[in-house]
Design a binder for this molecule. Structure first.
Ligand code: SF4
Length: 376
């Protein structure tokens, strides 16, 4: 491999990684520019295996989008509808949302993941009650709900500070924050693709506050649209800097841009090789974030399997009911049973490990997991 790394011009970066020296912005840009994908993958895999060996994590979760009414106008979004009553718009009643969990009483669910549009008319109590109801129905369920963009929106709409919003949601049952809404932190990109939602500094500040309040979170990156390689690496470095301060991020999640049914439909979707490169560079740059997730809904199942050799150690989970990517043209299934996830990890040559949201390993007879039939 040394010859190959030399030919790829990556020897100095390989040496830095071996001695634990941090990679710089320049290093990250060079990694993206390196034509030898396998040399890059080899380095990323070495870092992945140092941390996790062959282990590949997944969880038994459900994703729920309670409303797609949204006052923002992100160009890449195929999910949002401007007003209640617009064709395709929906807002679940609390009972409808709670029913999604009640109907799964037989499933060994460990997490509910909720993200929504920015609805201008719902009262704050709707969100508080949503959480309280989930906890009443299943007290042990981990509630990973509301992106930093939603938290900022709630604060502005209901006249509270970001911290007050987080505290009140936490008191109602919120356990952690998902990483959505990060897109690309660079101002140039945000101005063009998502000018009317919370900016990068506030996104990071909300995560900082959530970590201080004892919550964990994830951080995402939407790639494959108008961003440059420098902007991708800058995004990773901003996440790394906050992680140095708080240690509260659990996973970095690259999210592939999907071009169907949105205002950026003239752009192509990112290629599989770009997807592998993004996961690999993320693993190499983010020395302090434990997990890199290949979100199979967004990457496609086969590319997610490959990513397990390019730095990724987590596949998200059963998901169920995903709408955001499917409205943008994702051709992946909307759900996967735990037995299917375990199988696809095994045939990729990795070892499946069920985890909860906080990466505690769930032990129990595999056969029991594998016997669970998901409600379609
Ligand atoms: S990405 Fe989120 S905030 Fe932006 S338009 Fe879509 S639902 Fe609204």
């Amino acid at each position: 491999m040394n010859d190959r790394l030399t030919r790829a011009g990556l020897t100095d970066i390989a040496d830095k990684l071996e001695t634990g020296e941090r990679l710089s912005l320049d290093d990250g840009v060079r990694l993206f520019a390196c034509p030898d994908l396998l040399a890059l993958g080899w380095l990323a895999n070495r870092e992945r295996e140092k941390r996790h060996g062959a282990r590949t994590y997944y969880n038994f979760n459900i994703r729920l989008e309670a409303t797609n009414v949204c006052v923002a106008s992100c160009l890449f979004c195929s999910f949002a509808r401007l007003k209640p009553g617009d064709p395709g718009s929906y807002t679940m009643s609390l009972e409808e949302a709670w029913d999604k969990v009640r109907q799964r009483a037989h499933q060994p669910l460990t997490e509910v993941h909720v993200v929504n549009g920015l609805h201008p008319d719902l009262p704050f109590d709707y969100y508080l009650e949503l959480l309280r109801g989930f906890k009443r129905i299943r007290p042990n369920l981990h509630l990973k709900c509301f992106t930093a963009v939603e938290i900022a929106f709630f604060a502005d709409l209901y006249g509270m500070t970001d911290e007050d919003v987080l505290r009140r949601l936490q008191a109602a049952g919120l356990d952690s924050l998902p990483g959505g809404g990060a897109e690309i932190f660079a101002e140039r990109v945000r101005r063009k693709i998502c000018h009317d939602k919370c900016g990068a500094d506030r996104y990071l500040e909300i995560h900082r506050t959530a970590h201080r309040l004892g919550m964990r979170s994830n951080v995402t990156m939407l790639y494959g649209h108008i961003e440059t390689m420098e902007e991708r690496v800058d995004h990773m470095l901003r996440a790394r800097a906050l992680q140095d301060e708080t240690g509260g991020f659990q996973a970095f999640i690259p999210l592939a841009f999907h071009p169907d049914n949105n205002q950026m439909r003239k752009l192509p979707a990112p290629s599989a090789t770009d997807t592998l490169r993004v996961h690999a560079v993320a693993r190499l740059m983010l020395d302090n974030i434990p997990h890199v997730k290949a979100f199979w809904i967004a990457t496609g199942v086969e590319t997610a399997q490959l990513a397990l050799w390019f730095g990724a150690d987590d596949l998200d989970g059963t998901v169920q009911e995903e709408k955001i990517y499917h409205m943008a043209g994702a051709r992946t299934p909307e759900t996967m049973s735990t037995s299917a996830i375990r199988r696809l990890i095994r045939v990729a040559g990795r070892e499946p490990v069920e985890r909860d949201t906080l990466y505690n390993v769930i032990t129990g007879p595999e056969a029991q997991d594998d016997a669970v039939a998901l409600v379609q």
